[in-house]
Design a protein around this ligand. Structure first.
Ligand SMILES: [Zn+2]
Length: 72
């Protein structure tokens, strides 16, 4: 989040002037965290959900195949 030292406030990225300065006081805003955002990594429980979903849908697919074969 960009921080304006003169206003002593956080500024939303959309609330900045086009040149990246503060729209309220036209002072310099620290936007270093916007240019170099911390890499976002998916948490482990997200991948647990993905694996669970793949296993579940895979099983439903097998069930559907068994059901289809059983009809003939
Ligand atoms: Zn300002």
């Amino acid at each position: 989040m960009p921080w304006c030292d003169s206003c002593d406030e956080y500024r939303a990225p959309t609330a900045l002037a086009t040149d990246g300065s503060c729209a309220a006081c036209e002072g310099e805003v620290d936007t270093s965290d916007l240019k170099n955002p911390a890499p976002t990594k998916a948490p482990w429980h997200f991948w647990l959900m993905v694996v669970a979903l793949v296993v579940y849908l895979g099983w439903r697919l097998i069930e559907a195949a068994i059901w289809l074969v059983g009809r003939f």
